[in-house]
Design a protein around this ligand. Structure first.
Ligand SMILES: [Cu+2]
Length: 73
């Protein structure tokens, strides 16, 4: 079964911001799908079945893009 993790992301304002977040997340292994919206400041990451990707890795990737992510339970 896949896992979906939701995050609030602050600092994004347009499609370029979304692309920057996608670009950084694309470097991580184990991500199947990314939904990111600058309008709602949200990020949903769907992990593949055997992924061992911790929240912190996602938060750090978003930070690399220049934004702040916080996990939503
Ligand atoms: Cu932007």
């Amino acid at each position: 079964m896949t896992t979906t993790k939701s995050f609030n992301v602050t600092g994004m304002s347009c499609g370029h911001c979304e692309a920057a977040v996608r670009g950084e997340l694309a470097e991580l292994a184990g991500i199947e799908e990314i939904e990111v919206s600058s309008a709602s400041g949200s990020l949903k990451v769907t992990l593949s079945e055997d992924a061992e990707l911790v929240d912190q890795a996602i938060v750090e990737a978003v930070d690399e893009a220049g934004y702040q992510a916080e996990r939503v339970q």
